[in-house]
Ligand binder design. Structure first.
Ligand code: NAD
Ligand code: UDP
Ligand code: UDP
Length: 319
């Protein structure tokens, strides 16, 4: 039985990861400061004999004994990470240093939840891991993008300098149950707006694209990546290459919810990337993993979740 530390374990991805690790028999230590995570995400795990929760901020040192570390602690949506940008950078950078120091001392394997945002607004499409990206280092997204880029630097320096066993996972847009309804991300915003009968807010033209991965697929990839043997000398993209525009996504959600909401346009956020699609050849070669949940299926499951938690959802057009 392995003892596994999950930082950011009360968040959207972290809570699914804790659940999956417990289900396969691991001992899980979940660390979170509840900055964007929610108690209800892990409430059902609290009585589990192999689950332990510690309220802690990863910008402070942490001395525990573990075999593996999944470092997910970091606000992830633009609304959340821009709320306190200095703390966002500290969480990525100082959090990475502390978790790498912990991994070095305990000889634990450590996985970093990096992001497609390291590519910024890309000129290369789809994005392979060899592309160095186009990030504005002083814009409002920089606290997240550059924080994650610096964390990647630290991971590869700890690999080279201290022989720490690292996995750097570049996660592309992921959605599913337990997304925060107020995180401002496109999938949660559109579903909540559709369920409440409010206007669906397209930022800019709506022609910008993203590629959305269902959470179960992403977590399966994360565990498969951690479980690979040997030195991995590069970061690896994980996501679903199925690319759609934001306006297509809105129409999809309107159909699936049966909502009569209208589409309205709002100004485009500064530095909003125009297109994004993962090249997942490396993930497939290294882990054999590929996403399997189609967008319509994943969105339906996510809509079911939001129907439960969003109060005052308006009746559906054909209900
Ligand atoms: P989330 O906001 O739901 O989860 C992040 C968790 O980290 C929260 O529970 C939060 O309370 C916790 N946290 C934040 N700062 C902390 C700190 N200083 N100390 C301890 N805990 C702290 O976001 P998520 O979508 O679950 O993202 C998880 C990770 O995956 C993040 O590192 C994010 O950057 C990365 N990621 C997510 C996506 C996505 O589409 N969801 C895409 C790319 C990368
Ligand atoms: N650290 C930690 N837990 C540990 C070991 C280290 O939080 O079990 C922190 C420690 O506070 C240090 C950081 O990780 O600031 C980096 O540790 P490392 O050993 O790499 O560097 P050093 O201690 O020499 O600065
Ligand atoms: N977006 C939108 N309306 C919203 C929320 C987001 O049009 O209500 C757009 C946003 O401008 C971006 C895309 O959807 O182009 C994805 O945004 P999100 O914040 O989910 O993720 P990220 O930009 O970090 O990929």
């Amino acid at each position: 039985m392995k003892k596994i530390l999950v930082t950011g374990g009360a968040g959207f991805l972290g809570s699914h990861l804790c659940e999956r690790l417990l289900a396969r028999g691991d001992d899980v230590l979940c660390v979170d400061n509840f900055f964007t995570g929610q108690r209800r995400n892990i409430a059902h795990l609290m009585g589990h004999p192999r689950f332990e929760f510690l309220r802690h901020d990863v910008t402070f040192p942490l001395y525990v004994e573990v075999n593996e570390i999944y470092n997910l602690a970091c606000p992830a949506s633009p609304v959340h990470y821009q709320f306190d940008p200095v703390q966002t950078t500290k969480t990525s950078v100082i959090g990475a240093i502390n978790m790498l120091g912990l991994a070095k001392r305990t000889r634990a394997k450590i996985l970093q939840a990096s992001t497609s945002e390291v590519y910024g607004d890309p000129e290369v499409h789809p994005q392979p891991e060899t592309y160095w990206g186009r990030v504005n280092p002083i814009g409002p997204r920089a606290c997240y993008d550059e924080g994650k880029r610096c964390a990647e630097t630290l991971f590869f320096d700890y690999q080279r300098q201290h022989d720490v066993d690292i996995r750097v996972m570049r996660i592309f847009n992921t959605y599913g149950p337990r997304m925060h309804p107020d995180d401002g991300r496109v999938v949660s915003n559109f579903i909540v707006q559709a369920l409440r009968g409010e206007d669906i807010t397209l930022y800019g033209s709506g022609a910008q694209t993203r590629s959305f991965c269902y959470v179960d697929d992403l977590i399966a990839g994360m565990i498969a990546f951690m479980d690979t043997e040997g030195r991995v000398p590069q970061p690896v993209n994980f996501g679903n290459p199925h690319e759609i525009s934001v306006s297509e996504l809105a129409r999809h959600i309107l159909i699936l919810t049966g909502s009569a909401s209208r589409l309205v346009h709002r100004p485009s956020p500064i530095d909003d990337p125009c297109q994004r699609q993962p090249d997942i050849a490396a993930a497939q070669r290294i882990t054999g993993w590929a996403p399997v949940v189609p967008l319509s299926e994943g969105l339906s499951r996510t809509i079911d979740y939001f129907r439960e938690i969003v109060p005052h959802a308006t009746p559906f057009r054909d209900a």
